[in-house]
Design a protein around this ligand. Structure first.
Ligand SMILES: Nc1ncnc2c1ncn2[C@@H]1O[C@H](COP(=O)(O)OP(=O)(O)OP(=O)(O)O)[C@@H](O)[C@H]1O
Length: 485
């Protein structure tokens, strides 16, 4: 067969072009491509192979298994529609390599590092690093964690985030994960002097567009790299895009010693893409239909999100919880890797108690008297106990009404409802559609407010005054205004 000349420039994914060898496509089934190479020249697992076709875009596949001494089974990172048997392929001599360094800042790239904004492609000399790398050794890791104030009351009080730590927002469809991540970006990126890397994994392109505009508006685009593999892209791209973003973050951490804020929306889509790939490769599914390699795939990603002695990586991730089932194996596995887990609750979202952070299910390893201090720790416990007590009483209230409760229980309910409302807060990113101006509350004010509510100082204030506002002083003003009005 004659060799068609490639319609695209040869990829710069290669680490060692001298090692490049030639093969050809022998079978195509959707994203799965079987490739035959000369004996002894079979590319190793995870090597990137360039398919030299005349299709609409460059096509690169990653080797996943060896069928025999000459045949490799690979997963495509782009669509394969129109790909024919016999098409030549060239091993790139190394794994897929992500562009790194200053050239990626201010750019929106895909899994391969190709421009997805309307700018030019990255210059040919841009350094690249393989996307498959081991995590930093334990000796180089920085175990130190210090709380990082976000200005979001419920998070700072009950599930504080750590500078240099890993946090995730868990929630079913439409409970406010993306809104919360966007708000955290807005609050943190401006005060953050390091680099921000955003990985958009398997979500809607509209969200990518909004983020791009958000970054531009905040004037931080020149310190940000956005890497996207959205829901319309093949599973291979969604599976690997997180590693591309991580590689970019690791380069800033290790080579430039700059602090990195790594944002990933949505890590569940990474797991889901892995399950799709596993199915396409014909591997037997494991629990709940997930890939048998679920735990190791998640660990491969999460373990690389690490702070070293030179620079810290602070990761904020959104995790979709399928059918609101927190026992889902992917979700349960992700929990175990985090410093802070923020759980969003559907009943709270349904009541309009935004951010719908579940005060009982959300946790943080920082909520320890030795880290946040005795006062904060005890207060958080007291808030949790009061809300837990209210939840226990809710069934009784629904059946018999408040009148059947003891005086002490009635008081506990009163305070719990005020606490729940005090922990709601208007966000900057939702200003446009809620009509409430966004607020940031210093931790000290949050602690002061909760203390006062628990001590019964606000028992007579109108419940509605606590809803969607900032400090307790503001609640007091609203309560007095309500009385006068
Ligand atoms: N803090 C908030 N204040 C007011 N409204 C909110 C807030 N958070 C979420 N919402 C409402 O809930 C909707 C869904 O939020 P969001 O898109 O963040 O959910 P999600 O969990 O990311 O959903 P999906 O899984 O579909 O991506 C928003 O469009 C908004 O109407």
């Amino acid at each position: 067969m004659s060799t068609p000349s490639p319609a695209h420039p040869p990829p710069s994914t290669s680490l060692d072009p001298a090692k490049a060898v030639d093969g050809q496509v022998v079978a195509v089934r959707g994203s799965v491509i079987d490739l035959r190479f000369p004996e002894a020249a079979l590319p190793p697992l995870f090597e990137a192979v360039d398919i030299l076709w005349d299709g609409p875009e460059r096509l690169v596949a990653e080797v996943q298994s060896h069928l025999d001494a000459r045949t490799a089974r690979a997963i495509a990172l782009q669509g394969t529609s129109g790909l024919r048997r016999g098409t030549p392929a060239r091993s790139t001599g190394g794994p897929l390599a992500a562009p790194v360094g200053n050239a990626v800042l201010g750019r929106l790239l895909d899994v391969m590092g190709l421009a997805r904004d309307d700018g030019p492609e990255l210059p040919p000399g841009t350094p690249r690093m393989p996307i498959h790398r081991p995590p930093p050794p334990l000796a180089r890791r920085n175990p130190h964690r210090e709380p990082m104030e976000t200005g979001i009351k419920v998070i700072d009080l009950l599930a504080p985030l750590a500078r240099g730590g890993k946090a995730a927002m868990f929630g079913g469809a439409g409970v406010g994960k993306t809104v919360l991540v966007m708000e955290l970006i807005r609050k943190m990126v401006e005060g953050h002097t390091g680099i921000s890397v955003f990985a958009g994994i398997g979500e809607r392109s509209r969200e990518g567009q909004e983020l791009w505009e958000e970054m531009q508006r905040s004037g931080v685009l020149d310190r940000t790299a956005l890497i996207f593999g959205q829901m319309n892209e093949p599973p291979g791209a969604r599976w690997r895009v997180g590693l591309t973003a991580l590689t970019i973050a690791e380069h800033f951490r290790d080579e430039q010693h700059r602090d990195v804020l790594l944002l990933m929306d949505n890590v569940f889509r990474f797991v889901q893409a892995g399950a799709e790939v596993s199915g396409l490769l014909g591997r037997l599914p494991s629990r709940v239909g997930y890939q048998p390699t679920l735990a190791s795939e998640i660990a491969e990603l999460e373990e690389r999100v690490a702070s070293t002695l030179g620079a810290v990586v602070t990761a904020i991730q959104a995790v979709y919880v399928p059918a609101d089932d927190f026992t889902d194996p992917a979700v349960a596995e992700l929990f175990s890797h985090l410093d802070s887990s923020i759980v969003l609750s559907r009943p709270m979202a349904a009541e309009g108690l935004y951010p719908a952070v579940d005060p009982l299910a959300s946790t943080s390893s920082l909520l320890d008297p030795l880290i946040v201090g005795e006062v904060h720790y005890r207060l958080a416990e007291e808030v949790r106990m009061t809300i837990a007590h209210y939840r226990e009483l809710q069934d009784v209230i629904a059946l018999l009404g408040m009148e059947e409760l003891s005086a002490a229980d009635r008081l506990a309910v009163r305070r719990a409802r005020r606490l729940q409302r005090f922990l709601t807060q208007p966000f900057q990113v939702t200003e446009a559609f809620t009509g409430h101006g966004g607020v940031s509350v210093p931790l000290e004010e949050t602690l002061k407010g909760c203390r006062a509510i628990l001590d019964g100082e606000c028992d007579d204030w109108a419940e509605s005054a606590f809803f969607m506002t900032g400090t307790l002083d503001r609640v007091r003003e609203r309560d007095s205004a309500g009385r006068m009005g």
